[in-house]
Design a protein around this ligand. Structure first.
Ligand code: PHE
Length: 338
């Protein structure tokens, strides 16, 4: 065998390897050329013995080169064939990415959390009360006359003659005062229920945040107003105005309704504030001494109370004109608040 024949064999082997299309074919060629038993190259290596000594070095070198060329080609082809056999993953880079839903806080919960934070800074703790209340906590102890229209079955959801779905979080004032001596400084966020026909600004189930501060030292309407003004500015921004209008509640005297200047139009008049520039957000007042009597407090206590409409605040904060949108559970709408 001459070196020329060796290069011819190399060319033939490489061509065969390049043409091998499957892992089996590559393996068969490995056996054919490199196989320890009958492989061509090991046989040729053995034949080296019969080569005249002068030609041995060149011949040996040529054989070594042939062997490494063949084994390199086999290894490369093996990888290539395996890669071709693997299922191809088609990836379309123009496809939109996967949307991962991220939850967001509902505007009503957001107002409750924010309000809790603001009042916590003023030393108010959070109190809780049940949605199902007694007539005593919801009406009697709040000095509501026996025949007050709010007690009527057309306004209140009665469960039985003594129990009802609370119409106001003011019932928690009573629970707190019955359980604790003054000073009491609490807020109470929670659900309320009234037989209201649902419209853009009313719902049969809505949220209030009650506030109550009772102390043995004087607490005035001015304290109430400055506290609510502080709250309004923290909640809505520094330019918001707060005004009190005289009103009546059986459990406060004097009583007021509390308006915030409209956050959406800055008081100029818009759909959210019904062109008035103001939005009613709370009822409030100085706690009536008759309430103290009902809970066994000293008549000489001083205190204020307020009850804010959570949905109202959420509406002015976000410029929502129809309260029903907050409860329609339409994700397209709720995602606006992400
Ligand atoms: N509970 C009253 C309402 O629902 C609001 C209020 C709370 C008024 C506390 C005065 C004091 O309308």
């Amino acid at each position: 065998m001459t070196t020329a024949e060796i290069s011819a064999l190399q060319a033939e082997a490489l061509a065969e390897i390049a043409a091998a299309a499957a892992p089996d074919a590559v393996e068969a060629l490995r056996v054919k050329y490199l196989g320890a038993k009958n492989g061509l190259l090991p046989a040729m290596m053995k034949g080296l013995r019969d080569v005249p000594p002068a030609e041995k070095p060149a011949f040996g070198q040529a054989l070594n080169a042939l062997r490494s060329a063949v084994s390199d080609a086999l290894a490369a082809r093996k990888d290539a064939v395996a890669a071709e056999a693997a299922p191809r993953e088609a990836f379309d880079f123009s496809l939109p990415g996967n949307w991962r839903p991220v939850g967001s806080i509902h505007p009503v919960s957001e107002v409750i959390e924010e309000t809790t934070r603001i009042f916590a800074q003023l030393g108010f703790t959070v109190a809780d009360g049940p949605d199902i209340e007694t007539e005593f906590n919801n009406f009697d102890a709040l000095n509501t006359a026996k025949h007050h229209p709010s007690r009527d079955a057309r306004d209140t959801f009665w469960l039985d003659p003594e129990r009802l779905l609370r119409t106001q979080t003011s019932s928690v004032q009573i629970r707190e005062m019955l359980a604790h001596k003054p000073p009491v400084r609490i807020i109470c966020p929670g659900r309320c229920y009234r037989r209201d026909t649902t419209d853009a600004t009313h719902a049969a189930n809505f949220h209030q945040i009650e506030g109550l501060y009772v102390d043995v030292v004087p607490v005035s309407l001015a304290d109430l107003k400055s506290t609510l003004a502080h709250f309004a500015r923290e909640m809505m921004g520094p330019s918001v105005q707060v005004r009190f209008r005289p009103h009546f509640f059986p459990f406060t005297e004097p009583s007021v309704e509390v308006d915030f200047s409209c956050h959406v139009c800055k008081g100029k008049g818009c759909a959210v504030c019904k062109q008035s520039g103001w939005i009613e957000v709370a009822g409030a007042g100085i706690v009536d001494t008759r309430v103290y009597e009902k809970v066994g407090y000293d008549r000489e206590c001083y205190g204020y109370a307020f009850g804010m409409g959570v949905e109202r605040i959420a509406m002015i904060k976000h410029g929502v004109t129809d309260l029903r949108l907050l409860y329609a559970n339409d994700l397209r709408y709720l995602r606006e608040f992400l």
